[in-house]
Design a protein around this ligand. Structure first.
Ligand SMILES: Cc1cc2nc3c(=O)[nH]c(=O)nc-3n(C[C@H](O)[C@H](O)[C@H](O)COP(=O)(O)OP(=O)(O)OC[C@H]3O[C@@H](n4cnc5c(N)ncnc54)[C@H](O)[C@@H]3O)c2cc1C
Length: 401
């Protein structure tokens, strides 16, 4: 059965740049666009910023360095890392990066430039920063559709307490993590083939304080499975696309069940153990991505890309450095749409590298800066974007390190 709806949707807001999704990618994009002088609206379906990195309780800011002693991700990626621990950190602290200028203390045997932070503090600090930079934040606002006219998005349709409305912008940043806006606008996208394993990261308290319990360790990509001796201990024998409402609800219930079982087990040894937070967004690593003008491959380590917009490292291995081509952030079929975060155009193995927080901040800064400069990403003069990013402190090429 189909219900025929007749909709006339009021335009409630206009702006220069509409950033959809307030995870690390969206925060970075909104910050970059606002600092370029754009009127920016950031919409977020939850009531806090940070996405998986706060509401999802994933509080490990993976490395900005290559593991061999060189920092490779700069700009907002570093600013957000420092912001995340500006009121204190959790667990290990990389003093060789944060308190020392001595390069000798940074090599293949020393700590990598990564931190653990408090989710709630970061969410409030990020909000404060964005408001200070003039970003308008719309919480509780779900993007549900996109109105497209020819090869441009005319409006993103949203729903919140005020009902259904349209927001019009010159350019749009899809930082939903799931590539929702690209999907709604009819840009080519691809789904994660392997499927997500169940994760159930939560915090518990005991006599010594509160502790992160990461249940459901990282997966081994299909491409590495045959050659890898690594075994993944699954919480449930099932995989999840993360793109179906019913399936996501089942995933959340299974995640709660795994948390409860773990808590009960811990409480048998120590009755003081209590859960203190549950994730309020589903812990999905990879779901849907844009099919961009370029697809970055994991094998393209140490490759020079003329259109690089920044660099990322590999959190799993010391050594690899990847320049991020601008072509991974857009598809020319929808001219005024750019993506950032865990839905950029990469191959399946690179996806597992590119989805993590520092990489999301790197692509967010590039996308937000570009969105402030143009409403036609295919026509953007890449050198001008690169000049801007360099002024913001981003290093574009490995040869410049
Ligand atoms: C179990 C697990 C462990 C991980 N471990 C680590 C780790 O140790 N370190 C690390 O750095 N990374 C880790 N990651 C990956 C990392 O947390 C995320 O990939 C990264 O935070 C993604 O950032 P993002 O901004 O691209 O997307 P998200 O954090 O997913 O943010 C997207 C935001 O958009 C909002 N949104 C989505 N759809 C809509 C819509 N239609 N309308 C409005 N708002 C919308 C969401 O509410 C969310 O706030 C892990 C991920 C998982 C699941």
């Amino acid at each position: 059965m189909v219900i025929q709806e007749r909709l006339q949707t009021k335009v409630s807001k206009t702006c220069d740049v509409l950033v959809c999704g307030g995870g690390f990618a969206g925060i970075s994009a909104a910050l970059a666009a606002a600092r370029m002088g754009s009127r920016v609206v950031l919409l977020e379906r939850e009531y806090m910023l940070g996405g998986l990195g706060t509401a999802g309780l994933i509080t490990i800011y993976l490395p900005l360095c290559d593991g061999m002693g060189r920092q490779v991700s700069f700009g907002i990626a570093e600013e957000l890392l420092r912001l995340s621990i500006s009121m204190g950190w959790e667990a290990k602290y990389p003093e060789n990066w944060l308190d020392s200028d001595d390069p000798a203390g940074r090599n293949e045997n020393t700590k990598r430039f990564q931190v653990r932070y408090n989710a709630q503090l970061f969410a409030m600090l990020a909000e404060e920063l964005l408001l200070k930079e003039g970003v308008e934040i719309l919480y509780g606002t779900y993007a549900v559709s996109a109105a497209r006219e020819n090869d441009k998005i005319q409006a993103v349709i949203v729903e919140n307490k005020s009902g259904r409305q349209a927001i019009c912008a010159k350019s749009y940043v899809d930082a939903t993590g799931d590539c929702d806006i690209a999907h709604f606008a009819g840009a080519p996208t691809a789904n994660f083939k392997q499927g997500n394993i169940l994760a159930a990261w939560y915090y518990f308290a005991n006599e010594t304080g509160y502790n992160l319990q990461p249940l459901g360790a990282s997966d081994v990509p299909d491409s590495e499975r045959a050659s890898s001796k690594k075994q993944v201990k699954l919480l449930v024998d099932r995989r999840f696309t993360g793109l179906d409402g019913e399936e996501i609800s089942q995933l959340v219930c299974l995640s709660h069940k795994a948390t409860m079982a773990d808590i009960q087990k811990k409480r048998m040894d120590n009755a003081a153990v209590m859960p203190v937070t549950l994730a309020t967004i589903p812990q999905l690593r990879m779901t849907r991505k844009i099919v961009g003008e370029y697809e970055l491959k994991e094998s393209e380590r140490h490759t020079h890309f003329a259109d690089s917009v920044g660099m990322v490292s590999n959190w799993k291995k010391r050594g690899p450095v990847y320049e991020v081509p601008f072509g991974t952030l857009y598809n020319k079929t929808v001219k005024n749409l750019i993506v950032a975060g865990r839905c950029t155009s990469v191959d399946e193995t690179m996806w597992d590298v590119m989805r993590v927080i520092p990489c999301c901040a790197v692509t967010g800064q590039a996308a937000g800066t570009a969105a402030a400069m143009t409403d036609d990403f295919n026509g953007l003069e890449i050198e001008k974007l690169q000049d801007e990013l360099q002024k913001q402190g981003v290093i574009l090429h490995e040869s410049e390190l």
